[in-house]
Ligand binder design. Structure first.
Ligand SMILES: Nc1ncnc2c1ncn2[C@@H]1O[C@H](COP(=O)(O)OP(=O)(O)OP(=O)(O)O)[C@@H](O)[C@H]1O
Ligand SMILES: [Mg+2]
Length: 269
């Protein structure tokens, strides 16, 4: 049986879809059979990040409402034979998902895939609940700012209340990914550090992703940054994926690039 990993955050725009795409590719590159599932009904963009938007014919709502079967809706990624994608509907609103239909769909996917990586919508409404209730693991994405960390904390507090695992007396494995770290701002005290965030959230860290302009161009090209061997964010996502598989890897050392003033200061310190 496969493992369901739900990518969630509370706050919007912090990197859920980017992380879902990169983790799905990373796990597939490690030889696992993976499906990335977009549960952000109505606002899908995982398809764009994966570069698969032109291949969509059917979506998960079509499967759940019987207009097609699952294999008609699943899109296989030509770059990696282990990777599949199940799109969200763009036209239907979030309330289109029904819990029992979602259960049927996810239980079928669990039989066929090693990992089901779910991209969830922002917020803690029904779309979030549908994304989390069958999760085995959750990746909580936070950016190093007060509002994102507060929302992440709130989400961590309600995951178990919404999960079926918790009803059976088990816990959803919850780990945090800190995204968009800018080392120079952390060093100058303008941005929360990784430790500041962890002190508030009090769950284990599984990834630290630096701010990287290449992520924006990667999204426009439909090539997740993890494919870019020269990008620091790509390396951070490679390590994150391997940690999910149980490897104990060091976190990247993110240091501020020294400008002229920084070099002069360094000489006299
Ligand atoms: N580490 C990063 N460096 C630079 N840009 C990033 C980084 N992570 C995400 N972004 C950019 O931030 C924006 C939001 O990212 P993304 O769509 O993954 O967030 P989201 O949490 O899925 O948003 P929503 O809640 O709207 O679904 C995108 O333009 C993305 O390219
Ligand atoms: Mg998103």
């Amino acid at each position: 049986m496969g493992t369901i990993i739900t990518v969630t955050s509370g706050k919007g725009g912090v990197g859920k879809s980017t992380t879902t795409a990169n983790v799905a590719v990373g796990l597939a590159q490690a030889g696992k059979r993976v499906v990335a599932v977009d549960f952000d009904i109505g606002l899908r963009n995982l398809d764009m990040i994966l570069g698969l938007e032109n291949r969509i014919v059917y979506d998960s709502i079509d499967v759940m409402e019987g207009r097609c079967n699952l294999s008609q809706a699943l899109i296989s990624d030509k770059r990696d034979k282990n990777l599949y994608f199940l799109p969200a509907s763009q036209t239907k609103d979030k309330s289109a998902l029904q819990k029992e239909k979602v259960r049927e769909l996810l239980e079928t996917l669990k039989k066929d895939f090693d990992y089901i990586v779910i991209d969830s919508p922002a917020g803690i409404e029904s779309g979030f609940e549908n994304s989390i209730f069958l999760a085995d693991e959750a990746l909580i994405i936070a950016t190093p700012d007060v509002s994102s960390v507060r929302d992440a904390d709130r989400v961590i507090g309600i995951i178990d209340a919404k999960s079926e695992k918790a009803k059976e007396g088990k816990e959803v494995k919850k780990r945090v990914v800190i995204n968009r770290i800018k080392p120079e701002m952390v060093e100058s005290g303008e941005m929360m550090s990784v430790d500041d965030v962890l002190n508030i959230l009090a769950i284990p860290l599984i990834g630290v992703i630096p701010e990287d302009k290449k992520i924006i161009s990667a999204t426009n090209l439909g090539e997740p940054i993890i494919y870019d061997k020269n990008s620091l964010a790509g390396e951070a996502y490679r390590r994150l994926s391997r940690r999910i598989l149980g490897e104990d890897l060091e976190f990247l050392e993110l240091k501020a690039k020294k400008g002229f003033l920084g070099i002069i200061k360094g000489l006299f310190s």
